[in-house]
Design a protein around this ligand. Sequence first.
Ligand code: C2O
Length: 342
Amino acid sequence: HVLLSPNLSTCHGSLTDEGRPIYCCPPKRESDEPFIDFQFPDNTSLVRIRRPAQKVDKEYIAKYNRALSIMKSLPYDDPRSFWRQADVHCVFCSGAYNQLHSNHLLKIHRSWLFFPWHRMMLYFHERILGSLIGDDTFALPFWNWDNPKGMLIPDMYLNGSFYDSQRESAHLPPQVADINFDYVERGLGPEDQIEANIAFMYHQMVSGAKKTELFMGCPYKAGEEGFCDGPGTIELAPHNALHTWVGNTQNPERENLGAFYSAAKDPVFYAHHANIDRLWDVWTGLRGNKAEINDPDWLDSYFYFYDEKSQNVRIKIRDVLDMTKLRYTYEPIDNPWLNARP
Ligand code: C2O
């Protein structure tokens, strides 16, 4: 029985969302590299607490800024380099690897791989950042765009190593985000946009997400049936919608954030995904924290990431279903859309 996983010896040129050729493979052939199996962090280590970006203080921002600028300055052949990690996202989003034992491309968007794969990416990214400044409690912030206080690009992302020149200038603060943006400006005033966002969140998290597959995305399995192409509610929007909304309309595919191949080059990507990761946990909690998917094809699918010691780690979806074991959590915060039943 073949599980879904990448064949590391197959990295090849791939295509952007709009079909333009790109190349984002790692510099050496990973197939020659040994890997280790994922191990949970020590269960006595301190839990990293991810906080909303609108609430963090100056010291935190300075610390993260330092870690990120070190990460950005690492040479490209160092797998901990920011640009290498951005390209790992590119590799997995654009189908640069074939699946193991087949010629089908492996892609991690638009299916049930979406939540767990990005959780893995953030897990390693966060720990690398912490290790670069010798802080093993370092935690990423989350962009709290489902809360009226967080519905604009967080201020901290406008400066220092968080800055990205390739964002849509009309969408910088104080513009309130349209979290269901679909290429057309709605022209709503701030109050109306906030209200629309809250109602939309209720739909994506509650009324429109009552079945596991609607929220988690479709079952994507190895082999002939191939790519199922059915994103979950949150993946489609706010996730995709905000990628598009932040990216620069002057660029062919709204790079950076607006195109998957370039998205992880914008530091706000990690805060955006931290919120998505948090909402996965919120949704699971709303349903009594039961295991939503018991299919071994999902649980045992595996991927590879480099850790803070530059070791190539093989990690399965089943490894990332319990945040407590991964030693991070989210600061509890009000989810104002929860009571927004129309
Ligand atoms: Cu892998 Cu927000 O994209």
